[in-house]
Design a protein around this ligand. Structure first.
Ligand SMILES: *[C@@H]1O[C@H](CO)[C@@H](O)[C@H](O)[C@H]1NC(C)=O
Length: 193
């Protein structure tokens, strides 16, 4: 094997290892709602997530949107990522099967995760037997009406403390964030369409 080949191989191995490390640190998925979820108006519906502990993301903002229509509902700002769940109580939200959640830092627009699309049913619809119910210990945020980006966040949590990876420096964070953004966009396209 020629030296240039070895150097090339090493370079690509370290890129792959770097990518895996960045992805592990950047791991952030919404585990509920799923593609099967049917949320009901008048009910607190559970949202859960899982994320890497070393990604330096101390908090995030939750938004809800529809695929078929413009508009955005600002659900909750500064959700501390050390908690793992939230309930969203829906009131007069138009029924549809194309809702999805976005976890984002709306200060600089970096997207952390998107949920699969899920359905919203009218109040008093019989929920599917398999549908998870509200999480007892989690905070509940109330969302009313159709997506409307001129309304402020329905709830703002107390500011989260600084991320644990602040000492990594901005280069490490930028790299991590860039890969999160790319991964999320790919994930969003994969799950939504
Ligand atoms: C969004 O990012 C800014 C700048 O990095 C940070 O100060 C802020 O705390 C972040 N927002 C949340 C909700 O964590």
């Amino acid at each position: 094997m020629r030296l240039s080949n070895i150097v090339g191989t090493c370079a690509s191995v370290s890129v792959v290892v770097g990518c895996l490390a960045a992805r592990a640190a950047a791991y952030f998925v919404i585990t509920e709602p799923t593609r099967e979820s049917q949320w009901t108006n008048g009910v607190a519906n559970p949202v859960t997530w899982r994320k890497g502990v070393l990604d330096g993301i101390a908090g995030f903002d939750v938004e809800m949107a529809r695929l078929s229509q413009d508009g955005l509902t600002f659900v909750a700002r500064n959700v501390p990522s050390k908690s793992a769940s939230l309930n969203i109580l829906l009131q007069d939200v138009p029924p549809g099967d194309d809702y999805f959640l976005i976890f984002i830092n709306s200060t600089h627009g970096v997207m952390h995760a998107t949920s699969p699309r899920f359905a919203v049913l009218p109040a008093s619809s019989p929920a599917k037997a398999s549908q998870p119910t509200a999480i007892p210990d989690a905070p509940t945020v109330t969302v009313s009406g159709a997506p409307n980006p001129t309304r402020p966040f329905a709830t703002t949590f107390a500011a989260a403390e600084n991320g644990v990876l602040a000492s990594l420096g901005s280069a490490g964070q930028a790299w991590g964030l860039a890969s999160v953004t790319a991964g999320c966009l790919a994930g969003a396209l994969w799950t939504l369409w």
